[in-house]
Unconditional design. Structure first.
Length: 394
């Protein structure tokens, strides 16, 4: 069995690598490549569409006993190739072809890592919710540091330094993978007596509860995506804050995320998964409304703290909420959760570009409250139809 602390390190370095570029791309497309905001939408749709396919494929393969070690390896190689291509052939067309394909495969590592964490927790007989929260905390810690570094470096030395450093991070990620997973790691079904026919039956059964849970995650992801993609341009172009403001805002947000994520398992024991997500939804509404009113750096930091609190609760609870309906198919459930996140990102990225073209970035921030309201309504009105979600996952 791999060392649990090395697994946490692998998650951190993987997310640190992707976080160094993902939130920067919208700003880079507009300010670095000189393109219109709507061209961000093309990039977002392409990348997210490919991620959905990758996650679906990987989730199925993991449930069938595929080698998690190999899937993470190819995700890292795809990341390195994507960065190298963009550095050598810097253009929008490289961005929406080679880079988009590579970063899509690389982003599939997030779904693999969440499945890996749950399978590892079950096999090691440790608290799955707590380990999920620790894994998610590593992701938030990476996002607390990397985007701020990217925007700061770009302000000092130009756009391309971001991708040069990211390429170096890719090789560091590869090293940590080598130290963590020295041999193949596969899922061993807890249903040892299950036959192939039983597995096939599980696949064809329609599981309405898991899709309701995924819809909630999609709504919250959509609201977060709208804010994440609009914030850099909103803060710099409309509020006229320094170029480092978006990165600093993400740092504060992710700092609060980490604290909240690590404390959320105790909250879940008191109020349950569903109620925790309702609290997260209401805070998301407050966050976007307040962010749309800010004028100063101090107010920006307050908005980031509220955002980090709501997203920290969601980040800690979301994957466990969806996995509670897995019916033994952890890879499938986790891929649905991840696809909900990325679908929300795709819709959010597309809407951001279109809304910003016809209105402004402040309007985009305000619109981010609507999906959070939908999430809360869904959680309240489906409470009786999927009572499994009120229980902690086994």
């Amino acid at each position: 069995m791999p060392n649990r602390y090395l697994i946490l390190a692998l998650m951190f370095f993987g997310m640190f690598s992707t976080a160094a570029t993902v939130p920067y791309m919208g700003y880079f497309i507009v300010e670095g490549l000189g393109k219109e905001p709507w061209m961000i939408s093309i990039y977002a749709v392409l990348v997210t569409s490919m991620i959905l396919v990758v996650n679906r494929f990987l989730g199925r393969r993991i449930d069938e006993g595929g080698d998690i070690r190999a899937y993470i390896f190819w995700a890292i190689i795809a990341y390195i190739v994507a960065l190298a291509a963009l550095l050598v052939f810097t253009s929008y067309w490289t961005l929406i072809s080679i880079y988009a394909a590579g970063i899509s495969v690389a982003s599939g590592s997030m779904s693999v890592m969440f499945s890996f964490a749950r399978i590892y927790a079950d096999a090691s007989h440790i608290d799955a919710i707590k380990f999920n929260a620790q894994i998610r905390a590593m992701a938030s810690l990476a996002w607390m540091i990397a985007p701020a570094g990217s925007f700061t470096m770009a302000g000092l030395w130009g756009h391309m330094i971001v991708f040069q450093v990211a390429l170096g991070l890719g090789f560091l990620w590869l090293l940590v993978w080598h130290l963590t997973l020295k041999s193949p790691f596969r899922r061993i079904s807890s249903h040892s007596g299950a036959s192939l026919n039983q597995t096939t039956s599980l696949r064809t059964d329609f599981n309405s509860a898991i899709w309701i849970a995924a819809a909630v995650c999609l709504f919250l992801s959509l609201g977060n995506s709208l804010v994440l993609s609009a914030s850099p341009l909103y803060l710099i172009k409309e509020i006229h804050l320094p170029a480092s403001a978006p990165g600093l805002s993400l740092t504060v947000k992710c700092f609060f995320e980490v604290i909240i994520i690590l404390g959320t398992p105790n909250l879940i024991k008191k109020i349950g998964l569903r109620n925790a997500l309702i609290v997260s939804s209401m805070l998301a509404v407050a966050s976007s409304i307040y962010l749309a009113q800010i004028k100063t750096m101090t107010e920006m930091f307050i908005a980031a703290a509220i955002e980090g609190t709501y997203f920290g609760i969601f980040a800690a609870v979301g994957v466990s909420f969806v996995q509670s309906f897995s019916r033994g198919r952890i890879g499938h459930a986790t891929s649905i959760f991840s696809n909900g996140l990325f679908m929300g990102s795709m819709i959010g990225g597309s809407m951001m570009g279109i809304l910003a073209n016809f209105t402004d970035f402040r309007t985009v921030i305000l619109c981010a409250s609507l999906p959070a309201i939908l999430a809360a309504i869904t959680l309240v009105f489906t409470r009786g139809s999927d009572s499994e979600a009120e229980k902690l996952p086994a």
